[in-house]
Design a protein around this ligand. Structure first.
Ligand code: MN
Length: 247
């Protein structure tokens, strides 16, 4: 097994180290990750500036680009052969519901999926320091084993969220659907020491839905949540409605 590991929290993140170390149980690991934190960059690709690779030590590479750049560079320019599996994370903070569209962690798995490589995004559901990355990495190995054993359905990659607690306190793994959060959209508006206004986005806890079957519902009850995702954003239910319009 050749496993490529990436993230969006950057090459020095604790979650990346925990994931890369745990994955050595399953095969040869190559880490290709952003040289700094690139959270919430989504699926962005660097098109208008060059990219550079820095080898930190054997099998560990930093790229001065986005998570999507790392997957691209890793697969096309760096790894001697195409990896059998791409894992992204373990992100510091959950990626639940609509937030998957902002996530660089999820986008890295999406990029691998576009290249036809099985891919999994892992996130630890906390922003608190002093967290359970080692426990989460053991869950990641468990999920990766299942992916290796069964393969993934066509056009599918996995978004895995792990509760922030010791492994023996986690509830059983649930297969979930993507939930919705009611976006409060509050932006903090203050004045800096030089008298200029500044604004700070995303400073408030989102108010998620709590419908059974969703990723939010599972994580709030300390279950490991696995949501199968795909890239077709078409709203299939709306096709017959819109096709009645006249142009
Ligand atoms: Mn992140």
């Amino acid at each position: 097994m050749n496993i490529m590991v990436t993230n969006d929290d950057g090459i020095h993140a604790a979650g990346l180290r925990a994931l890369a170390e745990a994955m050595t149980e399953l095969g040869t690991v190559t880490v290709v990750a952003p040289d700094r934190e690139r959270s919430a960059v989504g699926h962005s690709l660097t098109l208008h500036s060059p990219l550079r690779i820095f080898e930190l030590h054997r099998g560990w590479y930093a790229v001065d680009g986005t998570p999507t750049d790392c997957v691209n560079m890793g697969i096309h320019n760096m790894l001697p052969i195409k990896p059998d599996l791409v894992v992204s994370g373990i992100n510091h903070g959950a990626n639940l519901g609509d937030d998957v569209t902002y996530s660089g962690t999820v986008a890295a798995a999406m990029e691998a999926n576009l290249m036809g490589i099985p891919a999994i995004a892992f996130s630890l559901a906390t922003f608190e320091p002093g967290n359970h990355f080692t426990d989460a990495a053991q869950i990641a190995v468990q999920v990766a084993r299942q992916v290796i054993a069964h393969g993934l359905p066509a056009d599918t990659f996995l978004n895995v969220n792990i509760p922030n607690c010791p492994r023996d306190r986690m509830q059983p793994t649930l297969i979930t659907r993507q939930g919705k959060r009611s976006f409060i959209g509050k932006i903090v508006d203050k004045t800096d020491p030089r008298g200029r206004k500044y604004f700070w986005v995303g400073s408030e806890e989102p108010r998620p839905d709590d419908e059974p079957g969703t990723d939010f519902h599972a994580i709030h009850r300390h279950h490991v949540s696995i949501t199968p995702l795909h890239l077709d954003l078409t709203n299939h239910k709306s096709l017959p409605i819109l096709s009645r319009w006249t142009f």
